[in-house]
Design a protein around this ligand. Sequence first.
Ligand SMILES: N[C@@H](CCC(=O)N[C@@H](CS)C(=O)NCC(=O)O)C(=O)O
Length: 211
Amino acid sequence: MKFYDCRMAPNPRRARIFMAEKSIVLPTIEVDIVNGENLREPFLTVNPRGLLPTLELDDGTHFDEVMAICRYLEELYPTPALLGRTPVERARVTSYQRKAEFEGMIAGSEVFRNGHEKFSVRSIPGAPHQSVPAIPGLIARGHQTIGRFHDWLENTLSRSEYLVGDTYTMADITAQCAIGFHAWIKVEIPENHAHTQRWFRAVSARPSAGA
Ligand SMILES: N[C@@H](CCC(=O)N[C@@H](CS)C(=O)NCC(=O)O)C(=O)O
């Protein structure tokens, strides 16, 4: 297997933390998004969507999407389980991971890309041949969605150590990467969200956070 990565980008980081938690070490190819390496050959042959991260299997199969990569790796390396240990836990991890992805990661991307001149004609990542121009109104919507994300985190973390009970899971990974990404748009965890602050200190202290 080979892992196509971009060190500075938030979505590849989700997969890197997941792999670090499981001590999975894969040959890695760095693709420079800032200089548009993902939007030209040879990378477009690997992933015509132009998106990172991407996983390549030994038989040449490629796929992208963080959750597809993590689900595949969870089957090959089940311990520690990061997608849930029981049917109920798996359902909750799926649900909470998706909330963190949608209201944290994607809302951050909405704010960042619709307000940055570099993305004025390419507000949606990847796919150079299917560019979507920026829509400035989405910046305000993104900020409101991040507000909901913060409230949901605080409420959930007031009841448990991690997002899904007492075990660190993929839901935490996506949420912590979303908060890290929000630094790019100068958005922080609200000061009075003590449960989220406590949780963020703990997840950031895990060795995998530096992956
Ligand atoms: N939903 C995708 C998101 C992937 C994504 O947006 N990746 C960004 C890096 S964080 C990217 O490839 N950007 C390329 C670009 O901006 O052209 C996933 O979960 O893998």
